[in-house]
Design a protein around this ligand. Structure first.
Ligand code: GRF
Length: 198
């Protein structure tokens, strides 16, 4: 029997990166064991269900505190016992306790060339600053927002007539290429997260 590299994908919304990961998984060495959303209405949940992947909803509003929410999330993930936790449009900033528990096992995709433009509204800020180059980063998640070691990046040119929407669309297309590639590289051991100093 073939040994798969098991991953759990965390989402909050549309899940187009999740879809890219699902599509590529059919020709890859990783298996999406489960998708967890912190939003019951996330469209990405349907993408997972259609593909026969187990889904779970864990909403912060169901708990008295963010800590309890994260404890529940951590318990569920520990039960699934994945080799990698993949944040794909997961809009919660994970707290230090959670990050410590899964240290070196969580990756995120961020729509900017980190360390430039951490946080939200990256496309707006890039256009406002009249940058010529923008892009996407895949990085290890640490306690500090969008600041963990960078695993891979891909850049796009900012065009003279670009709007937030056109730029976001081009960056997202790159996200859909780079994220499955990084996960596959981790699955086959081409990249090892233990090599990163965190
Ligand atoms: C992507 O731009 C991702 O980089 C960011 O949130 C967006 C999520 O898109 N973290 P989707 O839910 O994968 O479609």
């Amino acid at each position: 029997m073939q040994e798969f590299f098991n991953i759990v994908v965390l989402i909050s919304g549309k899940g187009t990166n999740l879809q890219a990961l699902i599509d590529a998984s059919h020709r890859s060495n990783y298996k999406i064991s489960a998708v967890i959303s912190d939003k019951a209405k996330a469209i990405g949940l349907n993408r997972a269900k259609i593909s026969g992947i187990d889904t779970y909803v864990i909403e912060q509003g169901s708990f008295d505190s963010k800590l309890e929410f994260e404890e529940s999330l951590a318990t569920r993930i520990s039960e699934i016992n994945p080799q990698l936790i993949v944040l794909a449009g997961f809009m919660k900033v994970l707290g230090p306790q959670f990050v410590k528990l899964f240290r070196g096992k969580i990756i995120n995709i961020h729509p900017s060339l980190l360390p430039e433009y951490p946080g939200l509204n990256t496309h707006q800020r890039v256009l406002k600053d009249k940058k010529k180059i923008h892009g996407v980063s895949v990085h290890l998640v640490t306690e500090d927002l969008d600041s963990g070691p960078i695993i891979a990046q891909n850049s796009v040119h900012v065009l003279p007539n670009d709007t937030v929407e056109s730029l976001a669309k081009r960056v997202l297309e790159r996200e859909h290429i780079i994220y499955p590639k990084v996960v596959e590289s981790l699955a086959i051991g081409k990249i090892q997260l233990s090599d990163y100093d965190i």
